[in-house]
Ligand binder design. Structure first.
Ligand SMILES: Cc1cc2nc3c(=O)[nH]c(=O)nc-3n(C[C@H](O)[C@H](O)[C@H](O)COP(=O)(O)OP(=O)(O)OC[C@H]3O[C@@H](n4cnc5c(N)ncnc54)[C@H](O)[C@@H]3O)c2cc1C
Length: 394
């Protein structure tokens, strides 16, 4: 990665692109260290600050979409002593001039932070209903989902990853009929070893989710007020609403058009530095040292380190052991995925005298040390002990 170079003019602002968790957290952490430097935050959305993880349990908590936003852009600008430009799209980065182009206007930066998030991936399916499929990755999407949901009784969810499973459980809690469809044979296939995935699937099925695993969706056609889905095994099902949660693709087009290195996300080194001088990236858009980690904890750690760097103390991002909590009350889960998915899993089911409890431990092939774990149901009580064991090299 390119070494940090100074902009000619220290009067130019630090510009942050994005008002999601990553963008706002960098600004907040920076203000703890530096009250003075001019900060400009530019977002193509309305700049409201909200907790994105709360989108997938807002039905159970009976929270309306407008109550999910804690502060509007004006309140954030005041809190952060920053300018916040909303509904403004950064169109281009002119890295050699330390400038961005917003609405055709060129604006110089002293440092540029890309926190542009990710786009939902779309399922390639046939049928006149395919274009009506919703994805939920921000507050605007969520408001549209809740509006559509008001007239529905049944929902088909495409994708049994973390977000699909959480929405399935949340919809169930609000008495919707839910079908969860995924070509993988088990849910949470990227997080859990297969035996744990099977136990997780059984628990969701027992709670009332219609699990259609090992099958993709071929077509979605409009039918009466809803949709008919045909799956890859030629089975069909009807639903009033179809929601896709098949994953996210880091938003890299702005960075790649400017010639920045892309490696699955905007490539950075361990200091969040991209391949262009004074341009940094973090959050769902970034691949920090080759890893995209689209979760809250990695973003918080990266934001703290980057704020130090922006305030003049070059600071490496040090990620501790970071558990992923799956918000599915029917079968709560906590996972630490092994680095590079390597290691040997040993899985114990039915622990803690509970039907859906599973304790799975991954041991590194070479050292035999614990390199990850997955706990389901009542076994999540062991989270703190296992985290401690991992952090101390147990
Ligand atoms: C439903 C759901 C539930 C989740 N639950 C959990 C959970 O329980 N635990 C967990 O750890 N993680 C969870 N996550 C993931 C976590 O919420 C995200 O990793 C995190 O919120 C991403 O923040 P971000 O700032 O990187 O991206 P975003 O929040 O997507 O922000 C991107 C910002 O960039 C702006 N932008 C993009 N391009 C431009 C441009 N060209 N010009 C100007 N502005 C631009 C956008 O307007 C937006 O403000 C969940 C995610 C979802 C969708």
């Amino acid at each position: 990665m390119t070494q940090t170079a100074q902009s000619d003019d220290q009067q130019d602002p630090i510009v942050i692109v994005g008002t999601g968790l990553a963008g706002y957290t960098v600004a907040r952490e920076l203000r703890k260290l530096d009250a003075e430097t001019s900060v400009l935050i530019v977002s193509r959305d309305d700049g409201r600050f909200y907790s994105k993880p709360a989108l997938s349990n807002a039905l159970a908590t009976r929270t309306a979409p407008h109550d999910l936003a804690r502060f509007d852009a004006q309140a954030m600008a005041q809190q952060l002593n920053a300018r916040v430009w909303t509904h403004r799209q950064v169109e281009r980065i002119v890295a050699h001039e330390h400038a961005i182009v917003v609405d055709g206007q060129r604006l110089r930066y002293r440092a540029l932070v890309l926190a542009t998030g990710a786009d939902p991936r779309r399922v390639p399916v046939d049928g006149d209903g395919a274009a009506d499929v919703l994805s939920i990755n921000d507050l605007g999407d969520y408001s549209r989902f809740r509006e559509r949901l008001a007239a529905c009784r049944s929902v088909a969810l495409l994708g049994a990853g973390l977000i699909g499973c959480e929405f399935a459980n949340d919809l169930l809690a609000a008495n919707y009929a839910v079908t969860l469809i995924d070509p993988a044979p088990v849910p949470l296939a990227r997080l859990l070893p297969p035996e744990a995935g099977e136990a997780f699937a059984s628990a969701l099925a027992a709670a009332g989710v219609d699990m259609r695993l090992g099958r993709g969706v071929q077509s979605i056609v409009r039918r009466d007020e809803g949709y008919r889905l045909t799956l890859s095994d030629d089975s069909t099902l009807d639903a009033d609403l179809v929601v896709s949660a098949i994953g996210l693709a880091p938003r890299t087009s702005l960075a790649s058009a400017a010639g920045l290195q892309i490696e699955g996300g905007i490539a950075t080194d361990a200091w969040c530095r991209t391949s262009a001088p004074d341009v940094y990236a973090l959050g769902d858009c970034a691949a920090i040292e080759g890893r995209v980690q689209p979760y809250v904890l990695p973003i918080m750690h990266a934001a703290r380190a980057l704020a130090q760097t922006l305030s003049g103390t070059l600071t490496r991002v040090a990620f501790p052991v970071m558990p992923i909590v799956v918000k599915t009350p029917a079968v709560p889960a906590v996972v630490v995925t092994p680095d590079g998915q390597q290691g040997r899993w040993s899985v114990e089911a039915g622990t803690h005298d509970s039907a859906h409890a599973v304790r799975a431990i991954c041991a590194d092939d070479a050292t035999q040390r614990m390199s990850g774990f997955a706990l389901l149901g009542a076994a999540i009580a062991e989270k703190a002990a296992l985290l401690k064991a991992m952090s101390t090299g147990g």
